[in-house]
Write a protein that binds this ligand. Structure first.
Ligand code: TRP
Length: 474
């Protein structure tokens, strides 16, 4: 790398580099605390990541807050490309410098969760008698906490329930938002269990520049997209926080129990809150934690306080549930189990996830067939070669190719997917052809979703969102 000669890591001392990383980390935190725009935060995080890479290049050590470099030796003279990439994941930011996306195996180690391995997938298949969902087969749901306990309960005919959610930050949902819901619907069908879906309109009011009224409106609009995934109305309760908290006889009691047992220091450590964050944000994690406990829904579970909960979610939500699992035994409840998914990559590349605020990074559920085609052709990052001759000769790289990644989410047939992978890797299939397959996969899928959504009436939304007994006796 030519400009490696001039890079900061070579012209600054390790201590100076350390201080730059520390200062940039502070900056990211204060941008998040203030009302900085997503763009501004993303840019600051990117810089933070590259400073960390520089630090590692110069010292051979990972940056550790509070531990300045002691003894350093450059790990290679090949430049930054040989360095392990750094990922940044929290509930608000997902950023990596690696085109292949976040290193999920490392994340499992860092978060202390467990990998969904072949053995667990086989057990799910054995117990349910159903072919495991392709999200499981392909490692899209890749990590878990205590899933074996849920399977034990199921085998012993003990009930459990599902809990997932969505922060209604805008009217427009994109295909990435559907991933947890598609999977949750499969789980509901396969295990035949109750499901609660939390719409955190309060969270979005607190974090975004939104009025309460707008947040409530978005919750209803998002509920329609969620219902369109095909949930069973007799087995599903969808609730908006701003609506349900005030009318439930159980929910708020659990919120305060949680609040009494988690300190400011703990949430600061988990979520990076600072002294200048509003108290609404600081106490919000208790509200996302409460649905993990069955006594938050007396209309469904009567007085049962010990129904196990399973939470399918994207891995960035894990901090909330680490806190929940930590507090649960201290307030006499069971820890919820979790299934974690990887992120749905942005069209521009797997360095970050799709964002609803950047229209070109996402395929929206409202996009027309033409918009889908244009976005994919124009913006989907390609792992193909620059010229047809080179592509034919060297083949494309599926590991960084966003169109291929999307196909792994939406093509159910394993053989078909494998054939495409081989053809693309060998160079027989060109980028334009691969994109065409993706376009022709997504267009009917989204059109069908729009069709189903159109059928959903306000009356149906109201029914889903009315606290009531579900088709299960407790
Ligand atoms: N905080 C989540 C978001 O912003 C919404 C959410 C609430 C959630 N409860 C959940 C997501 C449970 C997954 C599981 O989207």
């Amino acid at each position: 790398m030519a400009d490696f000669e001039n890079c900061v890591s070579c012209s600054s001392s390790p201590l100076e580099l350390f201080e730059r990383v520390t200062a940039q980390g502070e900056k990211v935190r204060s941008l998040k605390a203030g009302k900085a725009s997503t763009d501004e935060i993303d840019a600051a995080v990117k810089l933070l990541l590259s400073l960390k890479v520089n630090y590692k290049t110069a010292t051979g050590q990972d940056y550790k807050a509070g531990s300045p470099p002691v003894d350093f030796s450059p790990i290679s003279n090949n430049g930054p490309t040989t360095i392990q990439d750094e990922d940044f994941v929290d509930p608000w930011t997902v950023q990596t410098s690696n085109a292949k996306g976040v290193d999920y195996d490392k994340l499992i180690v860092r978060f202390g969760s467990s990998k969904i391995d072949k053995e667990l997938i086989n057990r799910i298949e054995r117990i349910t008698g159903k072919t495991p969902h392709h999200f499981l087969r392909r490692g899209i749901f890749f990590s878990h906490r205590d899933m074996n306990q849920i399977l034990d309960a199921y085998e012993n005919k003990k009930p459990f329930y599902l809990y997932t959610g969505r922060g209604p930050s805008s009217e427009a949902m994109h295909v990435g938002h559907l991933i947890p819901f598609i999977f949750t619907k499969w789980l509901q069908e396969v295990f035949n269990v109750p499901l609660v879906i939390q719409l955190t309109d309060d969270e979005k009011y607190l974090w975004k520049d939104l009025t309460i009224q707008k947040a409530c409106e978005y919750a209803i609009e998002n509920a329609k997209d969620i219902i369109a995934c095909g949930f069973d109305i007799n087995k599903t309760f969808i609730f908006s926080d701003l609506d349900y908290l005030g009318m439930s006889s159980g929910f708020y009691k659990n919120v305060v129990k949680i609040q009494k047992h988690v300190t400011f220091n703990q949430v600061k450590g988990i979520f990076g809150f600072t002294d200048s964050d509003c108290i609404g944000k600081i106490s919000f994690p208790a509200i996302q934690a409460a649905p993990s406990f069955s006594s938050s829904f007396p209309q469904i579970f009567k007085d049962k306080k010990d129904i196990q909960c399973l939470i399918p979610c994207a891995i960035d939500q894990d901090p909330y549930f680490r806190m929940t699992r930590d507090v649960a035994p201290r307030i006499g409840y069971l820890k919820p189990a979790l299934l974690h998914s990887i992120f749905f990559p942005a069209l521009q590349g797997a360095q970050t996830k799709m964002s609803a605020s950047d229209p070109n990074s996402s395929i929206f559920l409202t996009d027309t067939p033409k918009q889908i085609k244009t976005k994919i052709n124009k913006h989907a990052f390609s792992g193909g070669k620059d010229t047809i001759e080179e592509h034919r000769k060297y083949g494309g790289n599926c590991e960084v190719d966003v169109s291929y990644m999307y196909l792994t989410f939406f093509v159910e047939d394993d053989d078909k997917l494998e054939k495409m992978k081989q053809a693309y890797t060998s160079g027989a299939l060109l980028t334009g052809e691969l994109k065409k397959v993706l376009i022709e996969t997504l267009q009917p899928l989204i059109a069908a979703h729009q069709q189903r959504r159109k059928q959903i009436t306000d009356e149906m939304v109201k029914q889903f969102m009315t606290p009531r007994k579900l088709a299960f006796d407790f």
